[in-house]
Write a protein of this length. Structure first.
Lengths: 304, 247
């Protein structure tokens, strides 16, 4: 009997499989398909202080082994999430959830995180710092160690629950940014967010996406995720939630060997709505194949 | 929604690069014309959403134009090939809404297929719908005979006049003034808008197309604004009612 349980900042998860924010909504569509309680946790749709419509369509473009998305953080806003979505999550999922938060200013991060921190079912705050800072010339908070640390520090001061900073891979030195988050008090690191990409419509001779650029995800980015998790594991002493193109149980193990304590599954949910269920169900056999008795013990196992 | 494995049991090219595909499998989750399936095609990451053209005793009929890499592979598949489908997607057309009206089914190009099953169901209910079908040229025309065989009054248009009336479907409808006051539409957006704007059609339902990520409401990739709030084309649509559409 393989022990699949893992630990994130004192939070025990039955297994490391977590649907990634933005690919699982607030769980409603998937709860019609399978019992969500088989998941380790799930990270709900990126939530902002104000309601957001998001970007113009097209928001989706296909790529080799993946996809671009430029949804633009469509969500009903934190108050509506608390009023309408969290009560429904309590009905369909009976474990702590991960609240994914985005913001365009420090104030917004703080206010949004503080409200979600107060919700009993929220186990971890996952703070997405890939958004542009509207007061900082539009560059993303997460592209400099200073910007990342500033958000971390402000959110930590306003909350009590574990704070995981979700890092953008669109940077020159991911380890330096992870270290800055750790020093500013982050309890963990989540990575990788999507990689910035673009497709052009040959007939229209114009960018295919309404937003021009979009985030690349899917198996195309998996090796980048493995490399960045590996680098961040060497740089920090806090837990890592690894993600980026995970499609199966083998990928989960690979990211854990690189340094992840738990693993989020994103784009796979969109092409196979049963992806997370399948991964959870196949994990024991794949663990046995590789001689793994206690899954949590393999975290960072590839570092020698 | 269900995930089901279907087997390609037959296909024929019914117009230039347009294929009628017969797929056998459990179609129990598909309950309304206007719904679609999302097909996994080998070698492509995202599934391909295709509207259901008809239900058969052992499965479904889809009509697909071999256009990009994914649809080319789908149309080139040999009978016997299994496909992974998500079935029962989308809201579909509301058939009750046209009670007391004379329906016109307005389809353009590969927007025509979902109207075929709809026509069949309306005929079953005793309606005699007008089918106003538009294509680019005679080589693209399909299903004109099939609609006529159902008992629909057929109005056919091609852009170049090589078959039926010359011009767009709305011009044909305006010129021939069939007795109809409720529209069911599927086709390119300019066509939908032209039908929406026609003075002689009082009300109707319009099926929209958008690039989708998942097809079942999870990714928010296909959201549009309506008078009743933001809607996901894949889950809250693809069919929108006339009064809620914002152009």
């Amino acid at each position: 009997m393989v022990d699949l349980s893992v630990n994130l900042s004192g939070l025990r998860l039955d297994n490391p499989v977590i649907p990634a924010s933005g690919t699982f909504g607030y769980g409603r569509e998937f709860a019609e398909l399978y019992d969500l309680d088989l998941l380790g946790s799930f990270s709900f749709k990126g939530t902002t202080r104000e309601p957001r419509y998001g970007n113009d369509t097209p928001r989706i473009a296909e790529t080799a082994s993946g996809m671009l998305n430029a949804v633009g953080l469509q969500n009903p806003g934190v108050d509506e999430v608390i009023r309408r979505e969290l009560p429904n999550i309590a009905k369909i999922f009976h474990k702590p959830v991960i609240a994914n938060v985005s913001g365009f200013s420090i104030d917004e991060y703080v206010e949004c995180c503080a409200k979600l921190d107060a919700q009993p079912q929220v186990g971890i705050l996952e703070v997405n710092i890939s958004c542009p800072n509207v007061h900082g010339g539009g560059a993303a908070f997460g592209v400099t160690p200073e910007g990342a640390a500033e958000v971390t520090h402000a959110v930590k001061a306003a909350t009590t629950k574990p704070v995981y900073m979700k890092l953008s891979p669109n940077v020159t030195d991911i380890a330096a940014i992870a270290r800055a988050c750790e020093q500013a008090g982050a309890d963990g690191i989540s990575l990788i967010n999507t990689l910035l990409g673009m497709r052009i419509d040959l007939k229209k001779r114009a960018p295919l996406l309404g937003n021009k650029t979009g985030g690349l995800s899917g198996p195309a980015v998996f090796p980048i995720a493995v490399r960045m998790v590996y680098q961040v594991y060497e740089a920090v002493n806090i837990p890592i939630i690894g993600m980026g193109g995970v499609m199966n149980a083998e990928d989960v193990i690979e990211l854990m060997l690189a340094g992840a304590s738990a693993v989020e599954v994103g784009a796979a949910n969109l092409v196979d709505p049963f992806a997370c269920k399948r991964i959870v169900e196949t994990l024991p056999a794949v663990c046995e194949k590789y001689g793994i008795e206690k899954l949590s013990e393999i975290t960072g196992g590839a570092h020698r | 929604m269900q995930q089901q494995i279907f087997t390609l049991v037959g296909k024929r090219e019914i117009a230039r690069s347009v294929f009628e595909l017969h797929l056998a499998g459990d179609a129990g989750a598909i309950d309304r014309p206007g719904q679609f399936v999302n097909i996994k095609v080998e070698g492509q990451f995202l599934r391909r959403p295709i509207s259901v053209c008809d239900r058969t005793p052992d499965g479904i009929v889809l009509i697909c134009r071999a256009q990009g890499e994914g649809t080319r592979r789908l149309c080139a598949a040999a009978p016997g090939t299994p496909f992974d489908l998500l079935v029962g997607l989308g809201n579909g057309y509301d058939l009750d809404a046209c009670a007391g009206h004379n329906p016109v089914l307005v389809g353009g190009g590969v927007g025509v297929p979902p109207l075929y099953w709809l026509a069949k169901e309306l005929v079953k209910r005793g309606a005699r719908p007008v089918a106003a079908l538009g294509f680019n040229t005679a080589a693209d025309v399909f299903y004109a005979r099939e609609f006529a065989a159902l008992g629909c009054d057929l109005l056919l248009s091609t852009m170049d006049g090589s078959q039926g009336d010359k011009g767009v479907v709305t011009e044909t409808i305006a010129a021939r003034a069939p007795q109809c006051d409720y529209a069911y539409c599927c086709g390119p957006e300019p066509m939908l808008k032209a039908v929406w704007s026609m003075p002689q059609t009082l009300d109707g339902q319009f099926s929209f197309e958008e690039r989708m990520g998942c097809g079942f409401g999870a990714c928010m990739g296909c959201t549009c604004k309506t008078k009743y709030g933001d809607k996901r084309i894949c889950k809250d649509g693809p069919v929108l009612r006339k009064e809620e559409i914002i152009w």
